[in-house]
Design a protein around this ligand. Structure first.
Ligand code: G3P
Length: 218
């Protein structure tokens, strides 16, 4: 399973990259705003900085909602760097744009996906990635992981190459469950990745090893 980090925070991105397990980055307008990155020029520069830090795919989201402008914006984003994947919302004009980008060889991430039907449409249009938001479904008492299972089944039935990118991942158990049910990618905060490191028996076991070494070696 690929690990993406879902943030525009450069320190967190560096930290995850340094761990050696990072396969990419996803961002969105809210995450950019959270880091105080405003104005199109600054946003563009920020994408470039992210591409300089990581070696994998970097999702850059369009803010247009009509076909013509999504195309214009997406083409400009794709030209920024070869690592850029154009993130397009799951709306009618978005699906049409994904088909256009797919035909042109521009990679896409279809975002704001909350149903298996939407994921089927994104795959039919040729999306590189589809992003079901599992945390936000959990927030409204709907099983987000169940959606990943449904999409996995549908994509496997027909051999769709669109990769399932579990988004809105909030914690390590989301990561583990996604791995068990065959999500191709997960994107979450740094804490969801670093949380996988933790086990109290590892900490106590290491403390004991070091203590015993000290006893014997001064
Ligand atoms: O990748 C989508 C993500 O940014 C949304 O996460 O935590 O705002 O639901 P969240």
């Amino acid at each position: 399973m690929k690990f993406f980090i879902d943030t525009a925070n450069l320190d967190d991105i560096k930290e995850a990259q340094d761990l050696g397990v990072l396969d990419g980055v996803t961002t969105n307008p809210s995450l950019m705003a959270k880091e105080g990155i405003t104005g199109q020029e600054n946003i563009i520069n920020h994408y470039k900085k992210i591409c300089d830090i990581v070696t994998g795919d970097v999702s850059a989201e369009v803010i247009s909602t009509d076909y013509e402008t999504i195309i214009k914006e997406g083409e400009a984003l794709a030209k920024l760097h070869e690592q850029i994947v154009v993130k397009v919302p799951m709306i009618k004009d978005g699906v049409k744009a994904i088909k256009y980008f797919s035909d042109k060889g521009i990679r896409t991430n279809c975002t704001l996906v909350f149903s298996a039907g939407q994921a089927l449409l994104a795959a039919k249009a040729g999306a590189t990635y589809v992003s079901p938001f599992i945390g936000r479904l959990d927030d409204i008492s709907t099983d987000g992981l169940n959606l990943i299972e449904e999409i996995r089944l549908i994509y496997d039935n027909y051999g769709f190459e669109t990769q399932i990118l579990a988004a809105s991942v909030r914690h390590t158990m989301h990561v583990l469950h996604c791995a068990k049910i065959g999500s191709d990618v997960m994107t979450g905060p740094l804490s969801s990745i670093e949380g996988l490191l933790k086990h109290p028996l590892t900490d106590s076991g290491l403390a004991k090893f070091l203590e015993d070494y000290k006893k014997g070696n001064g």
